[in-house]
Design a protein around this ligand. Structure first.
Ligand SMILES: Cc1ncc(COP(=O)(O)O)c(C=O)c1O
Length: 247
């Protein structure tokens, strides 16, 4: 019998000790948090299944990049490097860096969201929904139904529900359609380029803003390359860049 060994192509050089709690301790932590995982403190958690954020390691080039960082008050060379990398990856001309996704969402939805406006998404991430609802707008999830979905792309947005919602709400009342790739709150499922293109065309026809939450655009590109035949000859970067042209 042949075994295929999959080895991660990197060494992990740094360790961070974790508190090895007992089962009794964990039961008490949960009781004290009223069974709300958001009320736990991170040192009470051994394996964090709530999120993938902040759980991975940085590469040696990323760490050494911090040492080479230029924090000058104006004209910092680190900024120009960041700007160039993001432009190269997304093709977007203007970049506003924020320290976290939720901060970007606070700025964006605080600006375009208000009472009477609707946002539609393949699934709103929790901080996305929170920022939208805080602005007074409503957030509607329309993930594709399993029975209508491509087995490899269960993160798609339901096109027929999108068309119905545009008719029901009126295009002028829809502040934006948000395509989250991968669909993190929908099981981290990927979104196909076919679906993204259709969503984009509908948005263009109705002059509705399309926002791409590219939280996992790299992983999404992996699925597109390997499971969407039209893209098998593209590089991951080319797929990501093409996806960005849809928004
Ligand atoms: C789809 C999506 N949007 C927004 C966010 C918020 O990003 P952050 O945790 O950097 O605030 C996350 C975080 O995981 C996310 O997965």
């Amino acid at each position: 019998m042949k075994f295929k060994t999959i080895i991660e192509p990197f060494k992990i050089k740094m360790v961070e000790p974790i508190l090895m709690s007992t089962e009794e301790m964990r039961i008490q932590y949960l009781k004290d948090a009223h069974y709300n995982t958001f009320l736990l403190s991170s040192d009470q958690v051994i394996i964090d299944l709530l999120t993938d954020s902040g759980t991975s390691a940085m590469s040696n080039t990323q760490w050494s990049g911090m040492m080479l960082g230029d924090e000058s008050y104006a004209g910092a060379s680190s900024w120009f490097k960041l700007e160039k990398s993001i432009r190269d990856l997304t093709g977007m001309p203007y970049i506003l860096p924020t320290h976290q996704g939720r901060a970007a969402e606070r700025i964006l939805y605080g600006t375009i969201g208000r009472k009477g406006k609707t946002f539609i998404s393949n699934t709103h991430f929790d901080t996305t929904r929170a920022n939208i609802e805080y602005s007074g707008a409503e957030a509607i999830d329309i993930p594709v139904k399993i029975e209508n979905s491509n087995e490899h792309f269960r993160g798609d947005l339901d096109i027929s529900q999108l068309k119905d919602l545009i008719k029901l709400k009126g295009a002028e009342n829809i502040a934006a359609v948000i395509l989250t790739v991968t669909n993190n709150s929908g099981g981290g499922q990927p979104v196909s380029m076919k679906n993204a293109k259709e969503v984009s065309e509908i948005c263009k026809t109705h002059q509705i803003l399309l926002i791409l939450d590219g939280c996992r655009i790299a992983e999404n590109s992996y699925f597109v390359k390997h499971f969407e035949p039209a893209f098998s000859n593209y590089s991951y970067q080319e797929i990501a860049i093409e996806l960005c042209t849809f928004s």
